[in-house]
Each structure stands twice: as C-alpha cells, then as structure tokens.
Design a protein around this ligand. Structure first.
Ligand SMILES: Nc1nc2c(ncn2[C@@H]2O[C@H](COP(=O)(O)OP(=O)(O)OP(=O)(O)O)[C@@H](O)[C@H]2O)c(=O)[nH]1
Ligand SMILES: [Mg+2]
Ligand SMILES: [Zn+2]
Ligand SMILES: [Zn+2]
Length: 430
C-alpha cells in the first residue's frame, strides 16, 4: 500500500494529511463596477477576505485571497498499490480560476507544491542568541550552491511567503549581498512573534530522495524564555535531524582567554549552555520522542577564533588544518566523497577540549552527555561561516584570483553528516 503521506507545516508545525490540504485563489483580475453612489469602481473579481486562521497565526487583520478545500482526487491521493499522481491546479469555487497555491489547512500559509505531492522530512537549525545562526544559514546556502552538485545534491530555495521579503530566495539574495559582496556580517535579527522560516529543498540527483531544510531565524532570545521553549520543542520534536548552533565565544573559558588577549568577541555573547539545557530537558521529559535516535549535529560556530588562538586555548588543531596550519575545508568539496573519519577526528578534538582545557561549568558534562545519550547520533563540529573577522562586523577576506573573497570553512559538514546518517541520498563515503 502506498505510504500515507503526512505533511508537517513549517510555519505552525502542525501535521496534516494530504487530503486536508487547501488552496488559495490567485485570480487578481479586476472589473469595473458601479457602486451604490452611482460611481464606477475597480474591484477584484474574486475579492480578498478576512481570514481567521491566517490572521490569528500572524496576529494581523489583513484580507487574503479566498481559501478553499483542494478535494484531491483519488488518483492524486494514490492508494492501494497506486502511486499518487502529480497534483493538478484546483478551480476556485468563487470565480472558477485555477490555482496551485497550496496552503496549510491550519494556519493558511503557503506551502511549496512538492511538499504536498511528495511529503516532507525536515531538518531544522536552532541556536541561542548571537550564536551565529543567521550568518551560518547564509554561508550554508552559499556553499550548497557552490559544492552541492559535487555530492549529487541539488538545492532549491523556496519562493513562498506573504511577500517577496519573506521568500527564501529573496532573503538569501539580500543576505548574500551583505556577506559575500559587501563583506559585512549580518547584524542581529530583530525579535518577532513568528519567525519567518527559511525553506530549502535538497534533492539527491541520483536517488531523487528529498528533504526540506528549515531554519527558523528566530531572534535567539527565544531560547532563554521558558514560555517560548514549548514552541521550540515542536521544532525538535518533529524534525528528522537537528543542527544545533553553539556559540564558541559563549564557552566561558574561551571568552575569557580571548578577551584577555584584547580580542573583540562581539556585541553579544550567547550563554550556549541554555540552548543545551533546553534540549536536554526536552529530551528528559519526552522519552517517547526518541530524540536521541535522530542525528543531532552540535555545531560550534565562529570556529576561526579557536584556530587563530589554538595555542592560548590549548586546542589540538591537527584535524582542522593543513600542513601550513591553515583552517581548511572538508575534503569532499574537492573530490565529492565524504570522509567520515575526518569529521570524527574533528569531533574528538572538540570533545577532548571540552573535557580538558575548556571545562569550567557545563563543558565536560556536555561532552559526556552527548556521548552517552546520543552515542553515534551525536557529533560535534567546528565551523566558520565567515572564515574570520577584522572586527565584530567586517569580515576578513582572502585573496582569490583577482579579488577578495569571503571563505566559509566546514559549514557543510554538519548537514552532509546528517544526510549520510539518514541514508538514501546516494552520497559516496570513503
Ligand atoms: N569570528 C567569527 N564571528 C562570527 C562568525 N559568524 C558570526 N560571527 C559574529 O557573531 C555575530 C552574531 O552572528 P549572527 O549570525 O547574527 O548570530 P544569530 O544567532 O543570528 O544572532 P541573533 O539573530 O541575535 O539570535 C556576528 O555579528 C559576528 O560578529 C564567524 O564565522 N566567525
Ligand atoms: Mg540572527
Ligand atoms: Zn501551518
Ligand atoms: Zn477565486
């Protein structure tokens, strides 16, 4: 029997069955009508209306185009021994114009059509305040576009959202300009009630297996606020795998040593242990979620600071650098084959540092917990989204052929490790 496809909405995080999906009219055509005063007015043929579900999700009072049930046919739904067919456009019962703008039946936010057709598994990225999420997201997309095809992966940035500036492809274009062209770090994300998710679809060109990568660029404060932890728990609960951003500069020992050297460690430091405590608590109280049986990548961001100051920080950098001591990218960006031992060595080096020279408060416990709870499903990573900084906002660039370039380091590792762990993406390992 064909597998029953449940879709998880990346906005409200409520699951729904394919047959429950709804459609939004896209008929913006207008007509001239005569109103009660006898004057002629321009009106949409299918006028927008107040929408309770949409407005209560966003806390707004706007009018949106008519939303109606998709009533998928049995061919579209598939069933006993039958694969579901591609979904056709649906006719608006009000105006008769067809639309393939599918929306979540709970919150009425627009969802990509392949998400409805093929279902979706989500990998999410979370992290505390100033942990480096925003810059990491942008660097990750940049690197996926640059190197993804070497691993047989294609990446599509989704074009859904209430307006252009909420569409992942637009958000990326803007952020890419700042980071990769103006060479400035992205500033702090303002806090909003409902973070706009960045949605990317990754698909293996060899196996056609796909997964959605969803980043909630929530202003990090959320992870310090117990009221918001319930919502964040949803992300963790429903994701196939999770990338957790830990702020390297939030490790107290590292912060102190760098400050002692007069290094500017940024405008705000995140207490990375809050993020960790949150995850640990959710895991402890929800045994049935089996969080530890899913891949969790624990990622120390801004790792260029560790490599630059390795001696003062007592860190063994061998796994991270080339013969000249330069912080280097993963070997798969060159040959398309993933060397898991390379990643394991980096993880071990971080674990050793957490247990030894960096241990002060929670560090040793963190290394031990992840090892005993997550076992093979937990790995540490050290990444640098920006490659290095001149000060807390301008990025240190490197010489390329005839210009200066921002060079992210190892930002793909956590994701690629997760895809290898999940399996089915046809990624070659060595
Ligand atoms: N050295 C170094 N610093 C970085 C790197 N990435 C980010 N930073 C610094 O960390 C600051 C915060 O990074 P963001 O990406 O804004 O962090 P965030 O988690 O999105 O922060 P909020 O939006 O406030 O939650 C940046 O302004 C930079 O100063 C990096 O790769 N290396
Ligand atoms: Mg941010
Ligand atoms: Zn929803
Ligand atoms: Zn209509």
């Amino acid at each position: 029997m064909a597998k029953k496809i449940t879709i998880l909405c990346p906005y409200c995080f409520k699951p729904f069955r394919r047959e429950e999906v709804q459609v939004q009219c896209k008929n913006f055509q207008t007509v001239q009508r005569v109103n009660e005063n006898g004057s002629s007015v321009t009106q949409e043929i299918c006028p927008p209306e107040e929408d309770e579900a949409f407005n209560s999700y966003w806390g707004t009072r706007t009018r949106v185009k008519h939303i109606f049930d998709a009533n998928l046919t049995s061919r579209e739904l598939g069933g006993l021994f039958r694969k579901p067919q591609l979904i056709q456009e649906k006719e608006c019962p009000r105006c008769g114009v067809s639309s393939s703008n599918f929306v979540c039946p709970h919150c009425h936010n627009r969802l990509p059509v392949e998400m409805i057709e093929k279902g979706c598994e989500i990998i999410s990225v979370v992290g505390g305040p100033a942990s480096g999420k925003s810059n990491y997201i942008v660097a990750l997309i940049h690197e996926l576009k640059k190197f993804g095809s070497r691993l047989g992966l294609s990446v599509t940035l989704q074009q859904v959202g209430r307006s252009d500036n909420e569409k992942t492809n637009k958000m990326y274009e803007k952020a890419k300009q700042t980071v990769f062209e103006e060479h400035m770090a992205l500033p702090k994300t303002p806090e909003v009630k409902h973070p706009i998710p960045w949605i990317l679809r990754l698909e293996s060109k060899t196996t056609e297996k796909a997964v959605y990568l969803v980043f909630y660029d929530t202003a990090g404060e959320a992870f310090n606020d117990p009221d918001k932890i319930a919502r964040d728990a949803e992300y963790l609960q429903h994701s196939k795998a999770v990338i957790v951003a830990f702020d390297t500069l939030g490790v107290p020992k590292i912060k102190r040593i760098l400050e002692g050297k007069g290094i500017d460690v940024g405008y705000q430091i995140s207490r990375y242990e809050y993020m960790w405590e949150t995850i640990k608590n959710i895991n402890n109280h929800n045994a049935e979620l089996k969080m530890t049986s899913r891949p969790y990548a624990f990622v120390f961001t801004k790792f260029d600071t560790v490599i630059d100051n390795a001696r003062d920080l007592n860190f063994s950098i061998d796994a991270f650098v080339d013969d000249n001591g330069k912080f280097i990218n993963s070997s798969f960006v060159n040959d398309g084959r993933v060397d898991l031992s390379e990643m394991k060595n980096c993880s071990m080096a971080i674990k050793e540092a957490l247990r030894g020279p960096w241990n002060e408060e929670v560090e040793e416990g963190l290394a031990n917990d992840i090892e005993t709870l997550w076992k093979d499903n937990g790995m540490f990573f050290g990444v640098s989204a920006l490659g290095g900084m001149k000060d807390s906002l301008s990025i240190r660039t490197e010489d390329a052929s005839d210009h200066k370039e921002v060079k992210p380091v190892k930002v793909l590792d956590p994701l690629i490790w997760i895809l290898v762990k999940l399996g089915g993406f046809g990624i070659e390992t060595k």
